[in-house]
Design a protein around this ligand. Structure first.
Ligand SMILES: NC(=O)c1ccc[n+]([C@@H]2O[C@H](COP(=O)([O-])OP(=O)(O)OC[C@H]3O[C@@H](n4cnc5c(N)ncnc54)[C@H](OP(=O)(O)O)[C@@H]3O)[C@@H](O)[C@H]2O)c1
Length: 323
């Protein structure tokens, strides 16, 4: 079958480690189900994998891709929950120290087919497009947990999202606006900020700009470049929810004094449980949210998709289509 995979690890030039070509069809273990894929979106995770972050050399070749939607052999239309717990784990699978995402231990979703534990299948709502269904499993699930499980905010509160155009940021803006939160964003680029406002953000600011008032919560995925601004932007008792560090994880200042003096909460957030995945799918469907899709292109053109993500050109999700 056709697949986009890490053929090797390249810590400095991740695109050099990417191959798009033939891979063997997967075997189906007991308790797992084969899915003929229809759409699968890219995440920064796929670039980290090519650099060897979370993907050791001895596991390549590895088919990349965490997000996906498709059709099982018995004709069910499904969305995949990509967090795979270790055998015997029960409870929130994101707390399993041996959990993996598809493409870390088991082949991922940038292929004609994938196999997943049957319990990881979530029904695709009728009428939801394949492109939308194929971009919910990672960035959107992460945004859902950040905002609705970890931020401790209520409709009407103001929430700042650091960065406008990333998959997590666009998901936060669209989910928060649909839930009655007042979403503010920062961006390095004025036109990307303006696009965030079109998506439902109330206001956009230049990265690092002083805000007109402090906010109840900050959604942080940029890391070092925005950390001090996140701390400085919060009301006393406010919450930073952090899920990533695209610009690096060693900020110039840790801001420890401000964190204790203002009694801030710093909450780490990773992916979500299958229960949150189901709630996300229902919420997106019921509210008629259309996740912003930067491009939908055939799997065979995966290299173009990776290049666009790596260059930081995309706004919203880049989706690969199959079949
Ligand atoms: N913990 C988890 O479960 C989880 C799940 C999903 C993602 N993540 C992580 O979260 C991060 C975001 O992921 P993503 O998929 O949204 O992709 P992404 O492509 O890394 O997102 C780029 C975003 O970061 C902003 N940005 C990048 N560099 C910046 C800088 N130097 N200064 C200010 N803003 C900067 C961009 O904003 P503008 O271009 O608008 O300025 C854009 O919104 C990644 O590090 C990813 O690994 C973690």
């Amino acid at each position: 079958m056709l697949a986009a995979y890490a053929a090797r690890i390249d810590r400095t030039d991740p695109l050099a480690a990417l191959e798009v070509g033939d891979r063997p069809d997967p075997e189906v273990p007991d308790g797992w189900t084969r899915v003929q894929l229809r759409a699968a979106a890219l995440n920064r995770h796929d670039l980290w994998s090519l650099r060897g972050v979370g993907l050791p050399e001895d596991r390549v070749p590895m088919i990349l891709g965490c997000d996906a939607a498709g059709v099982t052999d018995d004709g069910q239309e499904v969305i995949l929950h990509t967090v795979i717990p270790s055998p015997g784990w029960s409870g929130d699978e994101t707390l399993d120290p041996r959990r993996t995402l598809l493409s870390e231990l088991h082949d991922g979703t940038f292929a004609d087919q994938v196999v997943v534990p049957t319990v990881n299948l979530v029904p695709k709502p009728e009428g939801m497009s394949w492109e939308v269904a194929g971009c919910l499993s990672t960035a959107w699930l992460t945004a859902y947990r950040m905002l609705f499980s970890n931020a401790d905010v209520s409709p009407g509160d103001t929430v700042l999202v650091q960065g406008a155009g990333g998959g997590v940021s666009t998901a936060l803006i669209q989910l928060g606006a649909a839930a009655g939160l007042r979403m503010w964003v920062t961006s390095r680029d004025e036109s990307r900020g303006a696009r965030a406002v079109e998506l439902g953000a109330e206001r956009a600011f230049a990265s690092g700009a002083r805000l007109p008032e402090r906010v109840a919560a900050v959604m942080e995925s940029v890391g070092a470049a925005t950390w001090s601004h996140s701390v400085n932007s919060l009301n006393p008792g406010g919450t930073i929810v952090i899920c990533g560090a695209t610009s690096g994880d060693a900020p110039e200042k840790a801001e420890l004094t401000k964190i204790f003096f203002k009694q801030l909460r710093v909450i780490g957030s990773t992916m979500g449980s299958i229960a949150e995945m189901r709630r996300l799918v229902n919420f997106v469907d019921r509210e008629g949210i259309s996740p912003v899709i930067d491009q939908a292109i055939p799997l065979a053109q995966a290299r173009d998709a990776f290049t666009r993500l790596a260059e930081g050109e995309s706004f919203g999700k880049i989706v690969l289509t199959m079949g």
